[in-house]
Design a protein around this ligand. Structure first.
Ligand code: GLV
Ligand code: MN
Ligand code: MN
Length: 419
């Protein structure tokens, strides 16, 4: 078993440098995809990859890909995560896994440990939800599940994704053509902060993810009639804003009806934005999450009906679009058990976990065997500026990532990895 330990100061310095590449006009540690600062973040990671000796390229979907050639070649182990954040987000979501993967490359090289597999590091483009209602955009493009409908989707300003991608150096045609050949990938591993309170509560160091949540994401448009707020009686209004608000409350009550299910709304907009005018238009985005695919399908149906009811009783037209509907993803047994064994062998405490957060790993799992390694989040806080994980809590995750790579590399191709 490897006794290689990560270089904490180096990792910490890079985490500090990358996390402070932020949009100074926004709160927290904001580096949203499709922004200038997101380009700077991905460039920073690419520079580190080059310094670590990787051959780098950017694919048609803006994913930064670095390759450390193996002794045998032809087969790959892939590691990766993302560098974009939510608006007002934190310093650890995504970049922990990117910088952890780059640290693994350097540790292999500095300790003269060669792999048979090529080791491929990916910084996925646009993992967090964008203004078009999509998330895990780069990993979806790599797995070939984007199409012209994706490109035609518009934001609230009416601009299409196809019109927006070139600002980030992405050609829409190349985006459609960015499918990666996963037939040569033995496994994909993602190191990530937990983003919830369980590991800390249990006093465990490592989370071995068994399942990643399903996520159904919607965009709803409500078209009513603009009228005077003081002279239009309540019973003759077609108030688009009220239909939208009723839909937001339906998201909450539907989500409360399941076990470990979640429902959240955002991007709520009334037009015109005035209190003395009945709103003519309104829009809402939102999502359901949960571990049970059939519940998610049922929630989708119930919300579509609820929004229709909210519109019908007010004479408001409702257009409901489900932009993503990702079923829950079980991760792959030979890989998850390797991660668990590695943690045990390294003397680290660990727990099996469900991920309520979405991850590129969940998209890649349709193409190859996938495992995820979680490290604790202080107070379970995430997607907020307070998001925090101690360096001493991250380093064990990097050790598990490295040792898992070594075991997967050494495993016979058809069997469960062991060393
Ligand atoms: C990604 O961070 C998500 O779970 O929304
Ligand atoms: Mn996130
Ligand atoms: Mn993330």
């Amino acid at each position: 078993m490897s006794t290689i330990t990560p270089v904490g100061e180096r990792f910490h310095a890079e985490l500090t440098e990358l996390s402070t590449l932020v949009d100074s006009d926004r709160p927290g540690w904001t580096r949203r995809a499709l922004s200038e600062v997101d380009i700077a973040g991905r460039d920073y990671a690419r520079r580190l990859m080059k310094q670590a000796g990787l051959a780098t390229r950017v694919d048609g979907a803006g994913n930064v890909i670095g390759v450390l050639p193996g002794r045998v070649g032809g087969r790959e182990i892939m590691l990766g995560s993302h560098t974009d954040t939510v608006d007002g987000g934190g310093r650890f979501d995504g970049i922990t896994g990117v910088l952890g993967a780059i640290e693994v490359v350097r540790l292999l090289q500095e300790n003269n440990v060669g792999l048979d597999h090529d080791l491929v590091i990916v910084v996925f483009f646009n993992e967090e939800p964008n203004d078009f209602g999509f998330f895990c955009v780069g990993s979806r493009a790599m797995t070939g599940i984007v199409d012209r409908t994706t490109l035609a989707t518009t934001d609230l300003a009416g601009r299409s994704l196809a019109e927006t991608l070139p600002d980030s150096g992405i050609d829409p045609e190349a985006f459609l053509d960015a499918r990666y050949d996963f037939s040569k990938v033995t496994a994909f591993l993602e190191l990530h902060i937990e983003q919830g309170p369980e590991l800390e509560r249990m006093g465990k160091q490592i989370g071995v993810v068994e399942t990643i949540t399903g996520i159904n994401h919607f965009k709803a448009l409500f078209t009513g009639r603009q009228d005077h707020a003081g002279t239009t009686p309540m019973d003759v209004r077609a108030d688009a804003g009220c239909a939208a608000a009723g839909t937001v409350l339906a998201v909450e009550s539907i989500a409360e009806s399941g076990t470990n299910t979640r429902g959240t709304s955002g991007h709520i907009q009334f037009t015109p934005e005035a209190v003395n005018v009945v709103s003519a238009n309104a829009s809402v985005e939102g999502e359901f999450r949960g571990p049970d695919g059939s519940w998610l399908n049922e929630a989708q149906r119930r919300l579509t009906d609820a929004a229709d009811d909210q519109g019908a009783k007010r004479g408001v037209r409702v257009e409901m679009e489900w932009t993503t509907d990702d079923a829950p993803v079980p991760l792959h047994e030979p890989i998850t058990s390797t991660i668990a064994e590695v943690a045990d062998d390294l003397g680290q405490t660990r727990a099996t976990m469900f991920s309520g957060a979405g991850h590129d790993a969940g998209i890649i799992a349709a193409e190859t065997q996938v495992g995820m390694i979680f490290v604790p989040s202080h107070d379970g806080r995430s997607h907020c500026p307070e998001e925090f994980t101690e360096l001493d809590d991250i380093l064990p995750g990097i050790e598990v990532l490295l040792e898992s790579v070594l075991r997967i590399d050494a495993a016979p191709r058809s069997g469960a990895p062991s060393r």
